[in-house]
Design a protein around this ligand. Structure first.
Ligand code: T46
Length: 141
């Protein structure tokens, strides 16, 4: 499984740091939605779903957390702990977010508006979906 982690360019000076993100330049899709989660309880795992079409970039802009990605064949855990790093999460990718530090703020840039019909929340259905769509469940790498 190929993990794509973007390292954004901070514009630092003696006042501190600033990161700017532009669609199609720093982010590989049109940004239609931004959301973020914070105050995540200790020991909580979120996610447990995949998306049919949605692409996203996850940025832990404060604190740290971990993301488990699963393409139906392989799983990887990616730590997010820098405000200038962004993890690309494609469609047809099961995701779980966990190990949030108490101060973690996980911001997500999304390619589509919120649509519950885009979610696959059942793991067996996800495996069938990647198989039927020629996804990584069968791919060699
Ligand atoms: C994803 C991971 C990384 C909305 O009303 N609008 C929104 O745009 C979103 C994202 C959520 N919601 C509502 C739906 C639920 O009642 O907020 C509540 C919590 O959402 P959810 O349980 O889907 O949150 P997570 O953390 O499991 O998943 C979210 C995204 O939904 C998902 O697309 O990839 O973060």
């Amino acid at each position: 499984m190929q993990v794509i982690k973007y390292v954004f360019q901070p514009h630092g000076d003696d006042r501190g740091q600033l990161v700017a993100l532009e669609e199609f330049k720093d982010i590989p899709f049109r940004i239609k939605r931004v959301y973020y989660m914070y105050d995540t309880g200790a020991g909580v795992t979120r996610g447990y779903h995949a998306h049919r079409s949605l692409e996203q970039i996850l940025i832990c802009i404060h604190g740290s957390c971990k993301i488990r990605l699963d393409n139906g064949r392989e799983k990887k855990v990616i730590p997010l702990e820098k405000p200038y790093e962004g993890l690309y999460v494609s469609n047809a990718m099961w995701r779980e977010m966990f190990d949030f530090s108490p101060d973690a703020v996980l911001m997500v840039l999304a390619s589509e508006l919120y649509d519950e019909r885009d979610y696959i929340r059942d793991y067996d259905e996800f495996l069938k979906y990647v198989k039927a769509n020629g996804g990584d469940a069968d791919a060699e790498e």
